[in-house]
Design a protein around this ligand. Structure first.
Ligand code: PMV
Length: 291
C-alpha cells in the first residue's frame, strides 16, 4: 500500500516569531499560501521506518521529520512502519523554506495512511493543522489557501482577496541562524516585550485593509511588520540578521515606486534575505530594477 499527499509553502505577512511550548505562538499570524511551491510526501508500509529525500537533508532534519511521523502514529495508536519519501517542486536555490510545505504534506499523508490502515475517519483540516503545528509551527497554515489565520493551536482559512505572488531571490545559501534558534533568541530583545500587542494590532488593521482593498495601508502595515521582526533579530543577544545590501537596494526601489505613483506591490521578507512581493491581481506591474 502507498499513500500520497501534497502541500504548499506559505509566506507570513503578520509573522510568527517567538513561541511557547509545543509551538504555541506568542502572537497570531496571517499568511498567504504559495500554491506554486509544493512538497510531496509518499508513505509505503515497510518493515523499518526510513526516509528518502530529494534534498541533502542533515541527520537532525531527517530525525525531526521521522519524529513527527511517530507523533502522528502515537495519536492514533498505529504500530506500522513506513518508508517516507519527500520531494519539493522548488529547488533549494529559490530560498523558500521547505519545512512548512513538507511538514504539512507529511501530516496529511500520515493521517491518510494511518486512518486507512486503522479504518478510522480522517481528522478535520483544523485537527490536522494542530497536528502539523507540533512538527513545524508555520506548517499549520499550509493546510489552507489562499489565506490562513493562525491563532493558538491551529490555523483556519480566512476569506481575503487572491493576490499574485512574486519572489526575488537575493540569496539562496543555507541560513546561519535557523528559525528555531531565532524563536528562542528574540525573547532576549528589549523590543520583544510588547511584540504580541504590536502584532495583534497590525493583524486587525491588515485584515480590515485587505477586506476594503486599502492597498497603500496594506503596504505600510506589512512593511512595518517585517522590519519589526528583523529589528527583533538585530537587537537580540547575541544579535543576528539576514538582510543583505542587495535586499536593501531592492527595498529602496520599491519605496521609490510607491513614493512616485502611490502604488506598487506589498512587500515582505521572511527570516532570510529574499523579497516576497504581492500584487493585486488586476494591477500587475513589472518592476524595472535597472534604475
Ligand atoms: O515554523 P518555523 O518554526 O520555521 O518558524 C517560521 C517563522 C517565520 O518564517 C520567520 C515567520 C512565519 O510566520 O512564517
Amino acid at each position: 500500500m502507498k499513500w500520497f499527499a501534497q502541500a504548499p509553502s506559505n509566506i507570513a505577512l503578520i509573522k510568527y516569531m517567538g513561541k511557547k511550548n509545543e509551538n504555541i505562538p506568542c502572537n497570531s499570524s496571517l499568511s498567504y499560501t504559495l500554491d506554486k511551491y509544493t512538497s510531496t510526501v509518499t508513505l509505503e508500509l515497510a518493515s523499518q521506518s526510513s526516509f528518502k529525500n530529494s534534498e541533502n537533508l542533515d541527520q537532525f532534519a531527517i530525525q525531526r521529520f521521522l519524529n513527527h511521523l511517530n507523533y502522528i502514529k502515537n495519536i492514533f495508536g498505529c504500530n506500522e512502519n513506513f518508508l517516507v519519501k519527500s520531494t519539493n517542486n522548488f529547488p533549494h536555490s529559490t530560498g523558500i523554506a521547505s519545512s512548512a510545505s513538507s511538514f504539512a504534506a507529511l501530516t496529511i499523508c500520515g493521517c491518510k495512511a494511518i486512518c486507512d490502515i486503522l479504518n478510522k475517519p480522517l481528522p478535520s483540516l483544523q485537527e490536522m493543522s494542530a497536528i502539523s503545528r507540533k512538527g513545524s509551527g508555520s506548517s499549520c497554515r499550509s493546510l489552507f489557501s489562499p489565506w490562513a489565520l493562525w491563532d493558538g493551536e491551529y490555523a483556519q482559512p480566512i476569506e481575503l482577496p487572491t493576490l499574485h505572488h512574486e519572489l526575488i531571490v537575493v540569496d539562496s545559501s543555507k541560513k546561519l541562524v535557523s528559525s528555531s534558534q531565532a524563536h528562542k533568541l528574540v525573547s532576549t530583545s528589549s523590543l520583544f516585550v510588547n511584540r504580541p500587542q504590536r502584532a495583534q494590532k497590525r493583524l486587525e488593521n491588515l485584515i480590515h485593509a485587505l477586506k476594503i482593498l486599502d492597498w497603500a495601508t496594506c503596504y505600510q502595515i506589512c512593511w512595518e511588520e517585517f522590519w519589526d521582526m528583523h529589528a527583533l533579530f538585530e537587537t537580540s543577544s547575541p544579535h543576528f540578521g539576514y538582510i543583505l545590501p542587495e535586499t536593501m537596494n531592492i527595498l529602496r526601489k520599491i519605496e521609490n515606486m510607491w513614493r512616485k505613483i502611490n502604488d506598487g506591490p506589498v512587500v515582505t521578507i521572511d527570516a532570510g534575505a529574499n523579497i516576497h512581493l504581492l500584487w493585486r491581481n488586476n494591477n500587475l506591474f513589472s518592476l524595472d530594477w535597472s534604475n
